[in-house]
Design a protein around this ligand. Structure first.
Ligand code: SF4
Length: 407
């Protein structure tokens, strides 16, 4: 049987550098297909999807809510050509009834175990509409993602540099932050992958990795063990924050950490000190700044932008708060009747789709554009990112050659 996976096009934040990272969820799903079947993959973000290509089963991965309209369009187009279409991924788990309107079957929840069963059922001619998992998988049982399906040289390079590979070391989060659906999707307990499994996956990645775990800083013992293991891999890696003390910072730097995504909500000395600490350890900092929380007045947003310009962030990514389904944000705004736009293609974190509490929607949209302009007015994001990449390429060489190897 031939199984074709599709990762649909999704609308990028217009102000961002236009590069595409190799996807992870869809290759994790592809790894679940029993090996006797032929598996192919098309990422529409880097190549057109051939609707006419023969396939016994088409699996469309809908990671992002803003990807859903295009995913449904593709699903309908494949079905019109007689293909059997399955939809899965995070947005499908958030809104299964909606997805069911566009597919022959949907996978709801983590796909491992379900996808294998679905493929068997389809082969036997007894495909069901709904494959749902209640609860969560044991990460020691999941296969390694099919990284071989991605043509990195051809599709995932920027000016000749291979993009980072995405890698997950855990799932779930014990926090339940206001705009985030991770604990709803993956559970309120962090489940760690076994270190040996993570390392086996690391070995299959290129030189630079992005640990996509949204919150690594939940279990100190695990963080130490992970950093110890990564240190031997020789790879350079990006992540969200780890535990911010001197010991962990040094351990992480020596293990190849070079770049952190840091959510910044406040204007205070603690934020300034944290960024200084990262820089003192040679870690570049990209701030992720969400605008439009209820206490964000126009005055506060202007003050925040000024503050960000002073604290020497290497890069900044501005977004507007977005009420993704099954977040506390969505529950509140829905309850208060403040959601004004339900077109999922606008849920790209760059479009105001709700009525903010302290400012008009149009004004927030303008301030969002001004924030990008203020931060990158002097030097573009592409130029800044290029410098950071060059710096890490030089140090990657040093790490490969080892101490005293020059570079
Ligand atoms: S934002 Fe990060 S820390 Fe908060 S719930 Fe989501 S994953 Fe957890």
């Amino acid at each position: 049987m031939k199984v074709r996976f599709i990762f649909p096009m999704w609308p990028k934040i217009p102000q961002q550098t236009p590069f595409t990272l190799p996807p992870l969820g869809v290759i994790q799903a592809a790894a679940c297909v029993p090996e006797e079947h032929e598996v192919t993959l098309a990422d529409e973000n880097v190549e057109p999807v051939d609707l006419g290509e023969k396939a016994d089963l088409v699996g469309i991965s809908v990671m992002l809510t803003s990807q859903a309209p295009r995913a449904y369009e593709l699903a309908e187009a494949f079905r019109a050509r007689g293909r059997t279409v399955v939809l899965g991924g995070q947005h499908v788990t958030l809104c299964p009834e909606e997805a069911l309107l566009h597919a022959d079957a949907v996978v709801v929840g983590e796909g491992e175990g379900l996808i294998e069963r679905l493929v068997l059922d389809h082969e036997a001619g007894r495909l069901r509409k709904l494959y749902r998992r209640d609860g969560h998988v044991d990460l020691s049982t999941i296969p390694l993602p099919r990284r071989d399906l991605l043509d990195k040289r051809r599709h995932y390079t920027q000016r000749g540099w291979e993009m980072v590979d995405l890698l997950q070391t855990s799932r779930g989060c014990r926090f339940n932050c206001y705009p985030c659906s991770v604990s709803w999707l993956e559970g309120g307990v962090q489940r760690m992958r076994r270190i040996e499994d993570t390392l086996a996956d690391v070995e299959r990645c290129g030189e630079r990795i992005f640990l996509v775990d949204n919150s690594l800083d939940q279990d100190l013992a695990y963080q130490r063990e992970l950093l110890g293991a990564l240190a031997g891999s020789g790879k350079r890696w990006i992540s969200h924050p780890i535990h911010p003390d001197e010991f962990m910072m040094k351990l992480a730097r020596d293990a190849g950490w070079w770049y952190v995504y840091l959510a910044i909500y406040k204007i205070n000395e603690q934020v300034r000190d944290r960024i200084r600490m990262y820089h003192d350890h040679g870690i570049a900092v990209e701030g992720t700044i969400m605008l439009g929380v209820d206490y964000h007045t126009e005055g506060f947003i202007r003050e925040l932008i000024d503050f960000l310009l002073k604290i020497e962030l290497d890069l900044a990514e501005f977004t507007v708060m977005t009420p993704f389904p099954h977040t506390r944000c969505w529950e509140q705004l829905e309850r208060e009747g403040r959601i004004i736009d339900r077109d999922w293609s606008h849920y790209n974190a760059a479009t105001v789709v709700y009525r903010p509490a302290s400012i008009a929607p149009e004004r927030l949209q303008d301030l969002y554009a001004e924030a990008w302009e203020a931060f990158y007015g002097m030097e573009s994001q592409t130029a800044r990112m290029g410098k950071l990449l060059l710096a890490t390429l030089k140090t990657s060489g040093r790490r490969r050659r080892g101490p005293g190897g020059g570079g």
